[in-house]
Design a protein around this ligand. Structure first.
Ligand SMILES: [Ca+2]
Ligand SMILES: [Ca+2]
Length: 221
């Protein structure tokens, strides 16, 4: 049975078999909005662009590495160009999905960061995952307007889910109404073991740059 994460919950990365969860995917599944047109006779999909990202910190809480979409370029405000791999290659992002599921829930996650904890550089002490809504031309709303949006940790590959370890339902959370950014949670080392803290804090951040600055300031330790 997958763990249904509750805001603030801290969990051990231990499977029911007793083995440690080491190789897994952190993914987000969401759908485009279906809108009726022509007096309700036809439907049209409105693209929803969510972005899953993470920032890696050392023990001192200093930003050490990051993953966010390469389509973002914040060099003007002093943030580095986005990239899909961590420097140690332990984490990999499958790429920026800019539309969401167009034909209903396909059961697969639209953006995924694969994680191999055994390869994470020794200097990394925590990895904070977060989700943003990109304000595209079609959708400028909040999480509550999206038909479904969920985040989960699972074993398998981006195209095949073998076993869901934990999940968190974003679109149905009342605290996500009016919010466009979600600090999902943090993988962190504690006494030599990796653990996960389901932070679940939602914010009205207008852009991902605001959330990046927020994570660096408030979630680094
Ligand atoms: Ca996206
Ligand atoms: Ca999907």
């Amino acid at each position: 049975m997958a763990i249904n994460l509750v805001k603030g919950q801290r969990i051990n990365l231990q499977k029911e078999s007793g083995q440690k969860l080491t190789n897994f995917c952190v993914g987000c599944n969401w759908g485009a909005i279906t809108k009726k047109t022509f007096f309700g006779l036809a439907t049209k999909a409105i693209d929803v662009d969510l972005d899953l990202s993470c920032i890696l910190f050392n023990q001192q809480g200093e930003i050490t590495d990051y993953i966010w979409s390469p389509l973002y370029n914040f060099t003007k405000i002093g943030l580095p160009q986005g990239k899909l791999d961590s420097n140690d290659r332990a984490l990999h992002h499958t790429g920026d999905d800019r539309t969401g599921d167009q034909d209903g829930d396909d059961g697969l996650d639209n953006e995924i960061i694969t994680v191999d904890l055994s390869r994470v550089s020794k200097e990394i002490n925590s990895i904070v995952f977060f989700l943003n809504i990109y304000k595209n031309r079609e959708y400028e709303g909040d999480f509550s307007g999206i038909p479904y949006a969920s985040i989960r940790m699972f074993e398998g590959t981006p195209s095949k889910v073998n076993s869901v370890f934990a999940s968190y339902n974003v679109a149905t959370k009342t605290e996500c109404v009016g919010k466009r950014a979600l600090i999902m949670g943090k993988l962190y080392r504690h006494d030599g073991e990796w653990k996960f803290n389901a932070i679940g804090d939602a914010y009205e951040d207008p852009t991902i740059a605001h959330t990046i600055m927020r994570v660096i300031k408030d979630y680094s330790k």
